[in-house]
Design a binder for this molecule. Sequence first.
Ligand SMILES: NC(=O)C1=CN([C@@H]2O[C@H](COP(=O)(O)OP(=O)(O)OC[C@H]3O[C@@H](n4cnc5c(N)ncnc54)[C@H](OP(=O)(O)O)[C@@H]3O)[C@@H](O)[C@H]2O)C=CC1
Ligand SMILES: O=C(O)C1=N[C@H](C(=O)O)C[C@H](O)C1
Length: 256
Amino acid sequence: MGQQLIKAILADSGSELVAAVTHSQSSALGKDVGSLIGTTEAGLTVTHELTAAAKAADVLVDFSLPLALAGNLTVAKQTKTPIVICTTGLSEQQNQDLQRVAEETAVLYAANTSLGVNLLRELVRTASKALGTKADIEILEAHHTAKRDAPSGTALALGEAAAEGRNQVLSDVAEYQRNFSDQAHRPGSIGFATLRAGDIVGEHTVYLVLGGERLELTHRVADRKTFAEGALNAALWLNGKKAGFYSMNHVLGLDE
Ligand SMILES: NC(=O)C1=CN([C@@H]2O[C@H](COP(=O)(O)OP(=O)(O)OC[C@H]3O[C@@H](n4cnc5c(N)ncnc54)[C@H](OP(=O)(O)O)[C@@H]3O)[C@@H](O)[C@H]2O)C=CC1
Ligand SMILES: O=C(O)C1=N[C@H](C(=O)O)C[C@H](O)C1
């Protein structure tokens, strides 16, 4: 995603790439960002100097790994640089850390930066509210083989929307593991299923199943550039915002 984001920023006349940061052992260190994405040299090399990058930047965007989050948040807090976090697979403690740092600088968390998924969340909330626990809700997500976290951050966000719609708390009703279990479906639960294969970019279906009929609400992404463009849109929106915790709903005007 880092490379997709570089492409999106270099293609956008309204934004400027001032640094591309990775960890100190990365094979990408010292490479020109242009050659990294297969175009002409851009005159900017990949660095691991995050603090210097944050000081030079108006906004930071994080697509990395959960283990990098603490360091990224510390720098955002110290330099008071707004930060868009797109990394998924965060722990409950890490979600709380986002809220804590948001007291000092602007933090936007988006498990999925696409317009469609953020609309889907609202549709799921509405459908779940209308159907209540009469409907069985299950969420199926499919991604490429390199994805490390499961279920996806998006599936969890859709699960939260479904739970909120019918006044539940997701952690009370989520079913993450059914294989080799002899348990039947628990009424009111929300189940998650994961598929990892080939180059699937990202697909999510929320099933709302009643006796005799069902709704299947699906979102599919065809190209990872959708996520990069969404993240850039979020960064441009976050630029200059006061300390606080924000989401794609704010960026897309879905919070009214
Ligand atoms: N919010 C959204 O819309 C989307 C979110 N994601 C999420 O973004 C994250 C990244 O996805 P993806 O790009 O596919 O994953 P990759 O594994 O391809 O990339 C992770 C990158 O992070 C780098 N990295 C590792 N440690 C650090 C560190 N300490 N500091 C900085 N960089 C580090 C790695 O460098 P190296 O390779 O050199 O080790 C690698 O380039 C995942 O959590 C994914 O779920 C993905 C797509 C969309
Ligand atoms: O790792 C990915 O690829 C993706 N991760 C995000 C997630 O976990 O929801 C968003 C998107 O589905 C792609």
